[in-house]
Structure formats: C-alpha cells, structure tokens
Design a protein around this ligand. Structure first.
Ligand code: AMP
Length: 628
C-alpha cells in the first residue's frame, strides 16, 4: 500500500526562519497554488505565469519564494511587486513583512498613490529589498530618479489582468523596460485575458505556466445563482435576498457611483446594516467604511468594481451582482471576493429578462453553470427569519452577572403569562416587523406579464419637455428628476426618451413634490414643463409624431442602454475560454476611466465621472429659477 504523502511548507523547500514565521500566522499546510508554485519559483531558472484567483493563497505563493531567494544582507532593491490597488499593495507588504519577520535586515516598502511620495522615497533610500507598488506611483518615483532598479532580479505582476483593466498598461511597459532583462518575471492573474498574453509575449521569455483548475475558471467552491425580476423590482429583490439570509456578510456590486450610493442609502434607510464605498468618497471615508466592514459592524458593503478592487476580506458569504459588470471578465473578479481561503460562497446575479443572454455568456467564460432561483416569497422569508431568531436566542450567551439584578422584577412582570405566551411575545417583538412588511407581498417574478403594474397602481405617467435633442439620455433624465425634486431613483419608474420630450413614471406619493420642484427649474434657460400624461403613452407618442424609441425598461438606476447593449451583447457570440476578453461589447463605460495619475487617491478615486458627476450640472444659483 502506498502511503499518501502530503506536502508541507518544509517539503516545498521553505527554510527555518520563514517556516517559524508562517507558523505564527497560522499557515499549517500549503494551499494548492502554493504547492505548485513554491518549488517551481524557488528553482529560479525561468519566468512564470501563474493563473490563480484572489483568495487562493497566491500572495504566499510568490511571497515565500521571494523571501527565501532575496539576499537580505544587501540593502539594494532586488524585487519589485506590482499590483493594482493601494489596499492590495498594503496587504502584500504586510504579508511579506510577516514572512520575513525573523530575518535580520529585511525591509519591505509599500509604494502607492494618495500618500506622501517623500515618505516613500525616504523608505526606499534607507534600503528596501522588496518594493511593493501600484504602477502609477512607481512610475512617478522612477521619473523622479529616486529609485535604483539596476539590481532588480524579480518582477512580480500581481493581478495582472486587473492592472490592465485599470489602464496601467503604459505604466507597466515603463517599469518593465527600466529593469534588467536578466530578471525573472512572475506574472499572477486570475484570467489569461488578451492583454496578459501580450505582456507575457513582450516582456517574458519562455514563461512556464502554473495553474490550479481550468483557465479562466471561477473558483470551484462558488455557487452561481441568478434571479430574474423586472428591472424596477431589483431593489425589492435585493432586500428579499438579504432578508432570506439573516447572517449574510456580503458585497453588493453596482455599476455606477450613484447607483452604489443610492442602493446603500436605501438599505440604511430600510434598517439594514450596510454602507458603501465608491470613488466619490475620500480615502479617509473609504478606510472608515472598510474598517466597519472588516470588523463586521456592517453586514453589507455596496461597492463599485473599481472601489472594491483589492478588497481582501475572508468570510464573505455572498457576492451580489446588483448590476452586471460592463466587462464579463469582471464577473470573475467580483465572485472571487467570496469563497476565499478554502471556504464556500454564493455569487448572486439579479437580472431582468433581457439580460439572460449575458448569463449564458458569463457561463462560457467561467466554464460553470448558473442555477436559476426564485426570489423567496414573503412567507418563506418570514419562516427563515423566525427560525434564525430562535437559533440566535438559543445561542446568545447569557451574562448571568449583569442580568441577575433585574431578574426578580422581570419575572414579576411576566408572572401572569404562560410559557407559551412569553415565547410568542418575545419572538413577536422582532418578528412582527417582517410579518408586517411581507403581509401583502407579491412574488417578484421577472416575467413581462407583470410589467403593467408600474403604469397603474402607485405610479403616475408623466410628460416632460426634455428629450434627446436637449442632449440628455435616460440616465441623465433620471438624474435631473431625482436631483431636481430631491427624490431617490426608486421613485421614478419607466422612462421613455423621445427626441424633444419624454415620458416617465413617478411614484404617486412624490407627484406633488416633483411638480412643485420643477416649477422652479429650467434647463439651459428654457423652462422645463412637467405634466401628468392623461393619455396612454402610445397615443401621446402618435399625437406628437415621435418615433417609437423605447429601449425597454430602463434597467435599474443606471438607466439607458437596455436594448442597445443587449443586442451587442447577443452579437458577442465569440468562443469562450482562452484569451477572450469577454467584453459584452455594448454599453457606455461606467467607471474606471479616470485619470491615471489620480489613482493616487487609492482604488476608488479612479472612478470616472459617470452618472454621479452629472450632479454637478445642477447648479443651485441665487436666481429664482434653478438651472441644470
Ligand atoms: P491571498 O490569495 O494571498 O489573498 O490569500 C487568501 C487568504 O488565505 C489570506 O487571508 C491568507 O492569509 C490566507 N492563507 C494563505 N495561505 C495560507 C495557508 N497556507 N494556510 C492558511 N491560510 C493561508
């Protein structure tokens, strides 16, 4: 019988001082990527491409070999690790510092934007063998001639696909061209996107490939689930998903800053433990939110793709795609935020009927199937909450000492009640909230037959004298309506954009507020006329002779794009897998196109203006009429 031999860090070739350091960090056994990469990288005779998701232990996969290969007796910079975000930069620096804590003279420096460049330059000057850097700041330091890269023997590109997505290609070119061609390059990437293959071709020679799992495949322990709802029901669906998972510790991805903020505002207002990060927040605000999230003070973090890059939090139970990313490849990055460090997780997508094609496209990219699930009914949620409440009651530790003095009085007050009554009453204090909320709730099915409800019921169809010829799109019109009348986007329903005017739906409760607000607004000097649309939209359209240009429902807060984007997406019938970048093809770019230099502000500061910045056009002047 063969004895099964398991690898240890020792058998992989890791030495004593580093071994004792990682033991202190709780690393008992190597993770699969570490098992494969560590012995290879330690050979130090080739360039390597390692395909690994975040959360698989890839930092140690390159950090441990680096820590072992570097000559810490010399103060010279010998390795440079490039990564996409400030968060990740600090994380890697912290990890490698921990790996080398028992090695005298070891010095690892983090170089990223948004902090004093002088301080970082000083740290480099004092002698750092490993520089961990975001590309933009590294180029700044190179241009200032404040770093000597002549002895760099290893260049590590971490999350290379992310760096390319974020527009760092030129910076990477500069940095790699300034280092000796004798160095070894280790490229880590979740996907073998086209740009990654280009880098490998241009800057690496005879690179060997290491991968765990199939190329471009999402982690195995993630279940992918999608829910189809009508676009306007997305937020309600989100709440039900949260309610149905009382212990959720999740990240909710949105496409734009404004959508991120709006969803978070609603969740907070509706009593959920949530907050958001996006590029309009200062670094200090983002740090504070991240601190709350890490410490689990908040359960749900709403984030843009850009701001969420580098978020490295274990234990995330759910990733929720409130809106799908523009680039299908980004789905892998989003879902990779859950199921980290060997745990399992769920990646949920909330879509409308028109987006099912996108799911099929993503399935081809990740090489895994989604399961379609039904949004839980009110009854199911109530049941789930009830039993979660009972579980919590059973598992709540009792602080005997603190509660003891109050017990006689409490028992006195409850004396006349039976045990059953006491249980029912105590449970009801929490449970009634859910019962009340879901009392008359409908199923949130995504089929189009439900689509009439918005036009009737609580929503009023309105006419507005602004249209495409005024240079507005659906998203901008939504923004004008919300900003002008101080409403949130859930108060606005379907928008039909015409050339010289448009129709939209508004929640009846906000109708008067909207009308009053727009009595005082103009747009580029012209009065905005808003009135209730007496006739159904189609008749009105005929009357005004405008062509039918409805792009379907507005697809959520972001607005716009529905039909157009879908068609292009559908057209993207390319082969999946190897090298296909997996762009949906259509759709306006929502974020991430920011000024590269401004990356300094950290991950989020790269969010481009997007819908959020349109707010700026709403000028509250001293004139009686407000201008857009
Ligand atoms: P990474 O993919 O490098 O971000 O790692 C994901 C998480 O796994 C981090 O929290 C690491 O500290 C942890 N980790 C990495 N390697 C090991 C290991 N061999 N044993 C236990 N935890 C690990």
């Amino acid at each position: 019988l063969n004895t099964l031999k398991l690898n240890t860090f020792e058998t992989l070739g890791i030495d004593g001082k580093i071994l004792s350091a990682i033991k202190d960090m709780g690393f008992e056994n190597p993770m699969p990527i570490q098992e494969k990469a560590i012995p290879e990288l330690l050979k130090n005779d080739s360039d390597y491409i390692c395909l690994a998701q975040t959360g698989t232990g890839k930092t140690a996969a390159f950090g441990l070999p680096l820590a072992q290969l570097i000559d810490f007796k010399s103060p010279k910079a010998q390795a440079i690790v490039l990564c996409p975000t400030r968060e990740l930069c600090m994380q890697i620096t912290g990890d490698i510092t921990n790996f080398t804590k028992n090695i005298q003279g070891a010095n690892i420096v983090a170089v990223y934007g948004g902090a004093s460049i002088e301080g970082q330059v000083n740290q480099i000057r004092r002698g750092a063998q490993i520089i961990v850097a975001t590309p933009g700041r590294m180029v700044d330091i190179i241009n200032r001639k404040k770093v000597d890269l002549s002895e760099i023997q290893w260049a590590v590109l971490d999350e290379a696909d992310e760096m390319l997505n974020m527009g760092f290609k030129e910076d990477l070119d500069v940095i790699l061209s300034k280092t000796s061609s004798a160095k070894h390059t280790w490229l880590f990437s979740a996907t073998m996107a086209q740009g990654v293959a280009d880098i490998a071709r241009n800057y690496m020679s005879n690179a060997k490939e290491i991968s765990v799992g199939k190329k471009n495949q999402g982690a195995d322990n993630i279940s992918h689930i999608y829910y189809v709802v009508h676009a306007r029901d997305k937020y309600l669906a989100l709440k039900r998903i949260a309610d149905n998972n009382p212990d959720i510790y999740g990240i909710i991805f949105c496409r734009t800053k404004i959508e991120t903020q709006t969803v978070a505002d609603h969740l907070i207002k509706d009593g959920y433990s949530a907050d958001c990060i996006h590029g309009d927040l200062s670094q200090a605000q983002r740090d504070s939110v991240m601190k709350k999230y890490r410490s689990k003070t908040i359960q749900m973090l709403v984030a843009t793709d850009v701001a969420a890059r580098g978020i490295d939090v274990d234990d995330v139970t759910h990733v929720i795609n409130y809106s799908l990313p523009d680039e299908a490849e980004n789905y892998t990055h989003r879902s990779g935020r859950t199921a980290r460090a060997g745990k399992s997780g769920v990646s949920i997508v909330i879509i409308n009927m028109k987006e099912i094609g996108k799911i099929r496209f993503i399935e081809r990219i990740i090489g895994k199937k989604f399961t379609e699930a039904k949004i839980p009914t009110g009854k199911e949620i109530c049941e789930k909450q009830l039993f979660s409440l009972i579980d919590k009651s059973i598992n709540t530790p009792i602080n005997e000492k603190e509660i003891e003095p109050y017990l006689p009085k409490i028992f006195g007050q409850l004396e006349h009640l039976s045990k059953e009554d006491i249980i029912k009453r105590l449970i009801s204090t929490e449970f009634n909230r859910f019962l009340e909320y879901y009392k008359n709730s409908n199923d949130l099915a995504g089929d189009r037959s439900h689509s009439a409800s918005h036009s009737g019921g609580n929503f009023k169809r309105m006419f507005i004298s602004l249209g495409r010829l005024d240079g507005v799109d659906k998203g901008q019109l939504l923004n004008i309506l919300c900003t002008g009348a101080d409403l949130t986007s859930t108060s606005i329903g379907r928008i039909d954009l015409m050339n010289s005017y448009s129709f939209f739906e508004v929640d009846n409760k906000d109708l008067e507020k909207l009308k009053a607000a727009f009595d005082q607004h103009d747009f580029k000097g012209r009065k905005i006329k808003i009135e209730e649309s007496e006739k159904p939209a189609d008749e009105k359209r005929e009357k005004y002779g405008d062509r039918d240009d409805r792009g379907g429902s507005r697809g959520g807060y972001g607005g716009g794009g529905g039909k157009r984007e879908f068609r292009k997406f559908g057209g993207a019938d390319r082969k999946s897998g190897g090298g296909d970048r997996g762009s949906y093809g259509g759709g306006e770019k929502r974020e991430g196109g920011g000024d590269k230099g401004s990356y300094g502000g950290g991950a989020g500061s790269r969010d481009a203006g997007g819908a959020g910045s349109r707010r700026d056009k709403f000028v509250k002047g001293s004139r009686p009429r407000k201008k857009f």
